[in-house]
Design a protein around this ligand. Structure first.
Ligand code: AMP
Ligand code: MG
Length: 480
């Protein structure tokens, strides 16, 4: 099989990466293979099942023509600037079909600082499952091609099995990459901006003010992305600028999780004690992060610094209004009220208020609402049982739906197509991972299958649908 692997990043931006050979993990084993994604990339099933594939993805071999690199980047972590981050445990093998093929957890690189360059198996599987779920749910995300178990243990809080994730991304260029390039001078910054435009926003190549337009496009992609997170109840957990892509894909699933009952203050990460990256703060952090990107672009926008700042600020000021537009119109669709009007925005807000004050499960609520509407469930059997505030809201909502639609038949079907029935709930993922690290992959495979279509409800899968009965706050750890 002849693969057309390119190394455009290594070739065009040598100042922003270091060539780096993988360490090589002997006796590794591929635990999950994404045959569908492999096919999109041009990998045959035979290749995926071959010794050569295992060798390459465990760092013991290379694709022909591959120039493996680790990428340099900086980043604002919890608000503090760190100039020297970079791929401390990841190697980019090259690009296929314009997509990055990266190995994460592949051992030390020139950017490892004091780290071991390795990943534990459990977070590798977690990233695999959650990123593939996000993709199926229509949320832009890096994808997962393979998950491997190495024959080594890694020391975290405890000694754990090691793992490697083969990740596929539109690119791994982050806001932090621009922060790093800006420190190297305007020449390199411009090269990175031109490369990013060529790769992600090629329509801008010959436009006026292309760097300003580029900034506006990144703002748009990221704003759409974060609005989708908010619509599905996803908390990323570490929205540092080194974890924010220029392409608008979700990246770096560390301490992320989905909220069960609706609570804007939801935070899962053990290190986020101040709640900087809690659910409700994500849109504000989006703006903060994009303002850091804006700062790096100042020298490219206008000869006069003040004018650059004004132009960039104008774009920044548009983020919140467009976020609200994306967010509320999707929330309206979730409730079957569409298009969005002030009355419908009020219905969304009062609905969320009911969920919050009664600690109702965010995901289940939308599915039950559709069932109440089409009378396949009584209110008293739903998550809204015994809630007078819901009964009042429900009357207003029904009136609105009836006023908007002449045909009421399709409403609930449309609602179900935008409200997932299954999400990677914390207790389920924990269960799956515990089995997997103990050698039983059956639950992991079952759930990966289920998450390929999270909108279709299947009566046999009650366990995967419901929140945990135990009422203990869920905590995720960054030691991934
Ligand atoms: P993350 O929290 O995964 O986004 O990583 C933040 C930074 O720490 C990045 O520069 C990573 O490459 C680096 N890093 C995380 N884990 C390790 C590790 N085990 N060894 C070396 N570097 C790491
Ligand atoms: Mg990261």
């Amino acid at each position: 099989m002849q693969l057309d692997i390119k190394n455009s990043y290594a070739h065009d931006l040598p100042e922003l990466s270091k060539e780096c050979l993988p360490f090589g993990f002997q006796k590794s084993e591929i635990l999950i293979k994404n045959y569908e994604l492999a096919e999109e990339l041009g990998f045959s099933k035979d290749f995926l099942d071959s010794e050569k594939c295992l060798n390459i993805f465990s760092g013991n071999g290379l694709f022909e023509n591959s120039t493996p690199i680790s990428q340099a980047y900086s980043g604002h972590q919890f608000g503090q600037f760190n100039p020297n981050l970079g791929d401390g445990r990841a190697i980019l093998l090259g690009e296929i079909e314009n997509l990055d093929i990266q190995l994460k957890g592949i051992g030390q690189t020139p950017f490892s600082r004091r780290g071991d360059g390795k990943s534990a198996l459990s977070p590798v599987l977690r990233e695999y499952i959650v990123s593939e779920f996000m993709h199926s749910a229509g949320i832009p995300s890096t994808r997962s091609l393979l998950a491997l178990k190495t024959n080594e243990t890694v020391i975290r809080e405890t000694e754990q099995s090691g793992g490697i994730l083969a990740r596929v991304a539109k690119s791994h260029i982050r806001i932090g990459t621009f922060e790093f390039a800006a420190m190297q001078g305007i020449g390199i910054l411009k090269k990175l901006a031109d490369y990013s435009i060529r790769r992600h926003y090629p329509d801008l190549e010959n436009t006026n003010e292309k760097y300003l337009q580029f900034f506006a496009e990144v703002c748009k992609s990221q704003t759409k992305l974060v609005s989708k997170w908010m619509n599905i109840g996803f908390v990323h957990g570490v929205m540092n600028t080194d974890n924010v892509t220029i392409s608008g894909e979700t990246i770096d699933y560390g301490p992320c999780a989905f909220m069960d009952n609706y609570d804007p203050k939801t935070v899962f990460s053990s290190i986020d004690v101040a709640g900087r990256y809690c659910y409700a703060n994500q849109p504000a952090i989006l703006v903060w992060n994009l303002s850091k990107l804006a700062e790096t672009l100042i020298p490219l926008i206008d000869d006069e610094e003040q004018k650059s700042i004004e132009k960039l600020t104008e774009v920044l000021q548009q983020i919140m209004p467009s976020y609200e537009k994306y967010y509320y119109s999707a929330m309206g669709k979730k409730l079957g009220i569409d298009p969005i009007s002030q009355n419908n925005i009020n219905l969304v807000k009062s609905y969320l208020q009911i969920l919050e004050s009664n600690s109702i499960d965010f995901t289940l609520s939308f599915r039950d609402l559709a069932k109440v509407f089409n009378k396949t469930k009584n209110i008293e059997d739903s998550v809204f049982a015994n809630l007078d505030d819901f009964k009042r809201w429900h009357e207003d909502w029904k009136t609105q739906i009836i006023s908007e639609n002449t045909n009421l038949k399709n409403i609930t079907r449309k609602m179900d197509l935008t409200n997932p029935c299954y999400i990677p709930r914390n207790h389920i993922i924990e269960n799956v991972l515990e089995n997997a690290v103990n050698g039983d992959m059956s639950l992991a495979n079952e759930i990966l299958d289920l998450y390929k279509d999270p909108f279709s409800e299947n009566d046999n899968n009650e366990f995967f649908k419901n929140p945990s009965k135990k009422n203990v706050p869920y905590v995720t750890y960054c030691g991934t």
